[in-house]
Design a protein around this ligand. Structure first.
Ligand code: GAL
Length: 639
């Protein structure tokens, strides 16, 4: 596969006379894809039924005539103002009961049937008009589901849909009362119509109620997306995709992804470091203008799994964004480095957001490839250089990694519902696992609980996997030489009860959790021989061998030959020990990396990616600051 570059473009923001020049300039700068349309509903349909597609016809023709392949977005993330006259109750409602009003975007509740029908209608109109247009090479459905906290809505239409969903799931109210443990605090219901949404309660609601609502909310996103997929499948053969966001976990991306052909995501490395990672200030300072060295790769690998191997970066940060608390510029070279890193992880396309900086509205401080007055912004030259580098690299194919992490969205919902300690967070735990593997120079795959290949991996890690039934335990065991579960794995049933078989309740390992402690950030529990537990510590009993112990003698890691259980949330030093032990146990080579340097193996190459602001030397290779060194497979000391 030969990776390509693209850009996000808004023809409706610019005079038509400059479209052709824009298109020619995109091509000159090495771009071959352009995404359009995803927010343009108010220009496609001025008032209900007043359809105006001539401008879009001409925009597509102009871009296509220049040789660009077009990704056409359905505009359903931005319902026009008139839609609210028709459906005043379509707005989402926040946990405090306030409507999330018109005036920005994503102002809809996923459960509103009238709005879903409107989305299907506009999609049908677009599909009929452009489904066979030779310039339309892919379709994007909506834009960034869940962004701006929009998955969960406490609206009246969500309530009605939730009650139906519960009836479907549980069949009878007695079954629901038992499953949720509603005898506690006299929370028993007599009928599904009495069940409210789990907000505005006096103190915390039943976690089973919350988790059910979280599952329901995720299913609503799947249903919403599917309504447009069903329309487009009949009208086009072009691939369908969605652009997901970073660290948005409120809906099951694997389930949305199962209905699409390609997963894409929007990568804003500097924005993410400043606004969505719990890292030390020194780390933030060291990577202020580069982004965290693992955050992008984590999502590349996760979305490769969501797309079943096919994935893109739909929006790549090109310069300062407008939405983080502070918005520094990328260091020279970083836009190219991010793009090459994505390619190393299998991206088919890396597309920059956006072509020209908007001179108006919310994002006027957000950089593009061009300045608002049409001069090149710094990223334009880097896009061009990236295109040249890609031409030199040629084909990039993915190779299956030796190590995989099981990623389960429902575990995030469960642990967000009842964290027990403020430091315990599913993403944080999985990200710390991923970082440890990357510090060991390993390439990593992600797996969903439903797609574990038999006999595929040397090691599968399933940190924090909330619910493990016998089938899942079996497929994890069959999928690898060594499974590492815990902490907090197999800890609850689907209905948020402690399993009668105990925690983690594994057939293959006699270890039982007798007590759980959570720790404040100022506290840790040392592990003999190095490293420590932070946030979360379990006290285990049972006959399984202790492979590591806490300083007080309680097991920190227990195991048999093919299954280990980790009894705490390890700090970095402890994770590094566990990864080394697991690699040794399974005969896997590790490549200890320097801080800020990462390694990724593809079919043909090894990429060494340097996020540092200074050159580094590793295994005899010098990797320049903010640069990627691409080694041919079999080159001396490829590492
Ligand atoms: C993304 C979004 C884009 C744009 C961008 C700014 O979340 O999809 O439309 O708003 O952020 O960084």
């Amino acid at each position: 596969m030969k990776p390509e570059l693209g850009v996000c473009y808004y023809p409706e923001h610019w005079p038509e006379v400059i479209w052709a020049e824009d298109a020619a300039r995109m091509v000159e700068n090495g771009l071959s894809w352009v995404r359009i349309g995803e927010f343009a509903w108010s220009r496609m349909e001025l008032t209900p039924g007043d359809l105006q597609f001539d401008w879009l016809d001409r925009a597509i023709d102009t871009l296509g005539a220049a040789g660009l392949k077009v990704v056409l977005g359905t505009p359903t993330a931005t319902p026009p103002r008139w839609m609210l006259e028709k459906y005043p109750d379509m707005l989402a409602v926040d946990a405090d009961g306030n409507p999330r009003k018109f005036g920005s975007r994503r102002h809809y509740c996923f459960s509103h049937q009238g709005y879903i029908e409107e989305c299907a209608r506009i999609t049908q109109i677009m599909g009929k008009r452009y489904g066979r247009n030779p310039h339309i090479a892919a379709w994007q459905i909506d834009n960034e589901y869940g962004c701006h906290d929009t998955t969960i809505s406490y609206s009246p239409v969500a309530l009605a849909a939730f009650q139906n969903w519960l009836e479907d799931q549980y069949g009878s109210i007695d079954a629901l009362n038992t499953a949720w443990g509603n005898v506690f605090w006299s929370m028993e219901y007599d009928g599904f119509d009495q069940i409210d949404l789990p907000n505005l309660t006096v103190t915390e609601p039943n976690p089973a109620h919350v988790l059910a609502f979280r599952r329901f909310s995720s299913d609503q996103v799947v249903m919403f997306n599917k309504a447009q997929v069903d329309v487009l499948r009949k009208l086009t053969d072009a691939p369908l995709l969605h652009n997901y966001m970073g660290r948005v976990l409120e809906f099951d991306h694997f389930k949305v992804g199962a209905d699409l052909d390609i997963a894409t995501w929007d990568s804003y490395p500097i924005g993410f470091l400043s606004d969505r990672l719990e890292v030390e200030e020194a780390h933030k300072a060291a990577f202020l203008q580069q982004g965290d060295p693992d955050m992008q790769a984590f999502h590349h690998d996760l979305y490769r799994a969501v797309g079943r191997g096919r994935w893109w970066v739909m929006e790549q940060q090109p310069g300062p964004v407008n939405w983080a608390p502070y918005n520094p510029a990328p260091l020279q070279g970083m836009v190219r480095l991010w793009s090459l890193e994505a390619v190393a992880h299998g991206a088919e396309v890396v597309s920059y957001f956006r072509w020209r900086q908007a001179p108006f509205a919310q994002e006027q401080m957000h950089a593009g490839l061009l300045t608002p007055d049409n001069r090149p912004a710094p990223a334009l030259a880097e896009a061009r250089e990236t295109a040249d580098t890609l031409a030199q690299i040629g084909s990039v194919t993915q190779r299956k990694a030796d190590v995989a992490i099981l990623f389960d969205y429902a575990s995030d919902w469960a642990w967000a519902t009842q964290p027990q300690g403020a430091g315990f967070d599913y993403f944080r735990l999985v990200f710390s696992t991923y970082r440890a593997l990357r510090r060991a120079g390993l390439s990593v795959d992600f797996l969903s609980p439903d797609s574990i290949p038999a006999d595929g991996y040397k090691i599968i890690l399933a940190p924090g996997l909330a619910t493990i039934d016998k089938d899942l335990e079996r497929s994890i065991s069959n999928g690898c030489d060594l499974a590492i579960l815990g902490p907090r794995s197999g800890a609850i049933t689907r209905d948020f009860q402690i399993p009668q078989t105990g925690r983690p309740g594994l057939v293959g390992l006699d270890s039982h959790v007798d007590l759980i402690e959570t720790l404040p950030p100022t506290s840790k529990r040392d592990v003999s021989g190095g490293g420590a537990a932070c946030h979360w510590v379990e006290r285990l009993s049972g006959t399984a061998t202790a492979l590591l112990t806490h300083a007080d003698g309680t097991p920190a890691l227990t195991g048999t030959g093919s299954m280990w259980y980790l009894a705490n949330f390890p700090n970095d030093t402890l994770w590094d020990r566990v990864v080394r032990m697991a690699a040794q146990h399974t005969g896997l080579s590790v490549y200890p990396m320097l801080s800020g340097l990462r390694r990724r193996e593809t079919g043909e190459h090894t990429f060494l990616i340097n996020y540092n602001a200074a050159p580094v030397t590793w295994n005899g290779h010098v990797i320049d600051a903010c640069d990627a060194l691409v080694l041919e497979k079999g080159a001396p000391a490829e590492g």
